[in-house]
Design a binder for this molecule. Structure first.
Ligand code: NAG
Ligand code: NAG
Ligand code: NAG
Ligand code: NAG
Ligand code: NAG
Length: 344
């Protein structure tokens, strides 16, 4: 029994030795972190998760992500798939990423290292699959999706743009309802909204990675809403503001209004809740402000204020109004403006 055990051990050692000389392999686990395991081929070793090579110690060479500028996904996290793994062909090769002139990437094994520190468009490194990840690190990232699931975005949809541009690159959102949303980068080959689009249904943004995440319609914020003669005139308490109706993605900031009517009454509300056919215009003493509950200011009686001897348009009343210092909207007696002509 003991003899048999010894014999089988010897034959296994012999086999391993044979394999050592002819077939060695690298076995990257099929995980997206790029972990690589090495050893001798014993069982099946099938690409892309397992790559075998012939020659002593050939599996000591680096494993790198490999793709080029003709593959849009080379810039995205898709290169974490094991199908992008390549075993380098010599012990001196390093892993490399380079930014091509047209904004695409090339990744792979390379014989030369990048010039250290001077070339921002090149990165080389000496660990397995170290040339994965977003490059350059500040490459713009946008939500990229289309159709039904694209209304409410998920983290997986946030991807670096396939074409990198230093300037003039934005994220876009477009759609005609919650089921037909499309998002991406203005530089995409098949972009729905280029940087110079004039399509009013294109919403562009560049203030943050993943800024193009608004659903087709959503509530942007609250405004003070009132028209009651007594309580609507004084300055309002921000905390009493109420949410505005949902607005579509092309509106990006909450808009409130404050209107002073000619009878001294005041009206406040959300711009997107104005009755159909009604607009808020300065000539009607209506002012729009942007932000949460921004329409809290006190209602103050105002008059056109000017003199034609130092401002000619005064005669045609082509001037703006100014708040009267000693007037109150609560007293008809103090709500009076004047105009007159003296000494011609
Ligand atoms: C960008 O350039 C790379 C390398 O020069 C080339 O392989 C690729 O086809 C080009 N891609 C596009 C979209 O022009
Ligand atoms: C892909 O790999 C990079 C670099 O190892 C890592 O930072 C990133 O989180 C990975 N992404 C995914 C989606 O696994
Ligand atoms: C914008 O979208 C609306 C409806 O969502 C549609 O009626 C209109 O034609 C679109 N405008 C353009 C320029 O495509
Ligand atoms: C304006 O008209 C549209 C459609 O005609 C309607 O859905 C909406 O409720 C109206 N808005 C207001 C504030 O009356
Ligand atoms: C001011 O006068 C108008 C009509 O002359 C009246 O309807 C209104 O209630 C008065 N307002 C105040 C604050 O007295």
């Amino acid at each position: 029994m003991k003899f048999l055990e010894d014999r089988s051990r010897v034959s296994i050692v012999k086999q391993i030795r044979l394999l050592w000389h002819f077939v060695l392999f690298a076995f990257p686990f099929p995980d997206t972190n790029g972990v690589v395991t090495r050893g001798c081929v014993t069982d099946a070793c099938e690409p892309p998760s397992c790559i075998s090579c012939e020659g002593e110690m050939c599996n000591s060479y680096l494993m790198c992500r490999q793709c080029d500028g003709s593959q849009a996904q080379c810039a995205t996290s898709a290169v974490n798939e094991t199908s992008y793994n390549a075993l380098c062909t010599s012990a001196t090769q390093v892993c490399k990423i380079s930014l091509n002139g047209n904004g695409t990437l090339t990744r792979g094994c390379d014989n030369t290292e990048c010039a250290s520190g001077t070339d921002a468009s090149c990165k080389s490194c000496k660990e397995d699959n170290c040339n994965a990840g977003i490059f350059p690190a500040d490459r713009r990232q946008c939500y990229q999706c289309t159709g039904d699931a694209c209304n409410t975005v998920t983290e997986a949809m946030l991807q670096p743009c396939t074409i990198n541009e230093r300037e003039n690159q934005k994220c876009y959102t477009i759609g005609s309802d919650a089921k037909t949303m499309q998002r991406g980068c203005t530089t995409d080959a098949n972009t729905k909204c280029a940087i110079d689009t004039t399509d009013g249904n294109c919403s562009l943004c560049s203030d943050a990675n993943g800024c193009n995440k608004r659903p087709y319609s959503s509530i942007l914020g609250p405004c003070i809403k009132c028209s009651n003669g007594d309580t609507c005139i004084p300055a309002q308490d921000k905390s009493k503001a109420e949410n505005c109706a949902a607005s579509v993605y092309t509106q990006t900031v909450n808009q409130c209004y404050f209107q002073l009517n000619s009878d001294g009454s005041v009206q406040r509300g959300c711009v997107n809740e104005l009755a159909n056919g009604t607009t808020c215009e300065e000539k009607n003493n209506c002012n729009i402000c942007e932000g949460s509950a921004c329409n809290i200011q006190e209602g103050i009686f105002s008059c056109l204020t000017c003199r034609s001897d130092n401002f000619a348009p005064c005669r045609q009343a082509h001037v703006g109004s100014l708040p009267c210092l000693d007037s109150s909207l609560n007293s008809n007696a103090s709500m009076k403006c004047y105009s007159g002509e003296w000494s011609k």
